[in-house]
Write a protein that binds this ligand. Sequence first.
Ligand SMILES: [Zn+2]
Length: 103
Amino acid sequence: MVVIPKVRNTYCPHCKKHTEHKVEQTKNKTMGSAHPQSWGKRAQKRHLSGYGNHGRYSMPPIGRRRLFGRKTSKKVDLRYQCKVCNKLHIAGDSWRAKKVEFK
Ligand SMILES: [Zn+2]
């Protein structure tokens, strides 16, 4: 679990200086569902349809396999709202965490 302060002093690109910001969590844009025709989605469809041998002879043993959607953590993006100009901006860096708490 990651604990983040609700209010943080950080750079505001609109005011062009450090100001107090309210911190909120947003969904990471890269975490959307895969396109139905993407390689991973087609592979998943192949796997779920039961056709073929699921790559049994060209894959690592089951214990080391990473199949679909096995990651338990989610990517977190933080959204900052400037208290001076009330404008929002999203922090450029995102990281993985199972749970995020604001204090
Ligand atoms: Zn500002």
